[in-house]
Design a protein around this ligand. Structure first.
Ligand code: TXA
Ligand code: MG
Length: 330
């Protein structure tokens, strides 16, 4: 076993926190069966205690240790997409700690598709299907980390060990699908889209209305994934007007757009993102974090196109805009 994995397993078994890479974003992990360990996650993140956590598993083999009811659709989706960026919400087993479920009668489960995460999970308690509760390894409300350095920036000494697996390939959080209420409901869009899910279960899942259907999904709070610099979403035409206004006002301004830098000016910091949804998702959080660190008066983001394939990126951007510009969130 790699020495860093052995150290991580030892820490986790002692009830300590370990940050680890997944294909989506870095997670802040604790033994999901140990309520005292799970409590440390909430303290490290400054996260409200009633927000439930996703349990990460090494495979779909021991689902019934965590879920009391595994419908056929869950089995088919797990077979199709795990390991991968899909979280399934299922009815919980009674022994799952309330600290993990936020006291709800459901539990979120996923098998992440990252070699380090899978190695860690297998070494932690693979034979018995033990799991790691892990939210994204950022302070509550802030931009999720997609590198080990981001985790250090967010959590500093609050986490004992950070496993470094390089930049996360997907770059935004998993799709969350609720299978606990009869008909499937998409709670959080992600790299696996409604059409991908429909191909497996034969119909398109319902979309949750944020704040009403999914009040306990912290990723569904309107203000989330947010930089400290005010973030404004603009059209491609609007971008040039907003830039002009900022320059007339003498403001330093950051731009995130799929096009090459259109204006060269000492007050303008321009970051180009790929023009396809997967490429844009991959770069999104790292780019926002970089631009946020510049201390500009605002970040102008050119709004991606509408439509299903852009749903997850647009979802994260509109939440980032809603939560931006605050020193801290409650
Ligand atoms: O890609 C991901 O899902 C990443 C990586 C680390 O796996 N994790 C992640 O965790 O994004 P977190 O805690 O930042 O977001 C998980 C979301 C939260 O919004 C939480 O409320 C929701 O999942 N969730 C967890 N369990 C749930 C449940 N039983 N019912 C409804 N929502 C749940
Ligand atoms: Mg999060």
């Amino acid at each position: 076993m790699r020495p860093d994995i052995a150290e991580a397993v030892a820490l986790l078994r002692r009830g300590e926190l370990v940050a680890f890479p997944t294909e989506t974003v870095y997670g802040l992990g604790a033994d999901a069966a140990n309520p005292a360990a799970v409590a440390k996650i909430f303290a490290a993140k400054d996260r409200p205690a009633d927000h439930p956590l996703i349990v990460h598993l090494p495979s779909a083999d021991h689902l019934t240790r965590w879920a009391s009811d595994v419908p056929g659709e869950a089995k088919r989706l797990a077979a199709a997409f795990w390991p991968g960026p899909l979280t399934l919400i299922l009815k919980r087993q009674a022994n799952v700690p309330d600290a993990v479920t936020g006291g709800q009668d459901t539990v979120g489960l996923r098998v992440p598709n990252h070699p380090l995460a899978l190695e860690l999970l297998a070494a932690f308690d693979g034979a018995n299907g033990g799991g790691l509760a892990a939210p994204s390894a950022n302070r509550f409300g802030r931009i999720s980390p997609t590198t080990a350095a981001h985790v250090r920036e967010e959590l500093g000494e609050r986490v004992s060990l950070i496993l470094d697996g390089g930049p996360c390939p997907v770059g935004i959080e998993s799709t969350i699908l609720d299978l606990s209420r009869g008909s499937p409901v998409l709670l959080r869009p992600g790299a696996i889209g409604a059409a991908d899910i429909a191909r497996v279960i034969g119909h398109v899942p319902e979309m949750a209305l944020p704040q009403t259907d999914a009040p306990r999904v912290s990723g569904s709070l309107e203000a989330h994934y947010a930089p400290r610099t005010p973030l404004q979403l603009v059209s491609s035409d609007g971008l040039l007007f907003a830039l002009r206004d900022a320059l007339v006002a003498g403001e330093r301004v950051a731009v995130l757009a799929p096009t090459a830098q259109a204006i060269s000016h000492e007050l303008v910091s321009w970051r180009q993102v790929p023009a396809d949804p997967a490429g844009c998702a991959h770069d999104l959080y790292a780019s926002l974090r970089e631009l946020d660190a510049l201390g500009c008066a605002r970040i102008l983001v050119q709004k991606p196109p509408a439509g299903d394939i852009w749903l997850a990126v647009n979802d994260r951007l509109s939440r980032a805009a809603a939560g931006s510009g605050e020193d801290d969130e409650t």
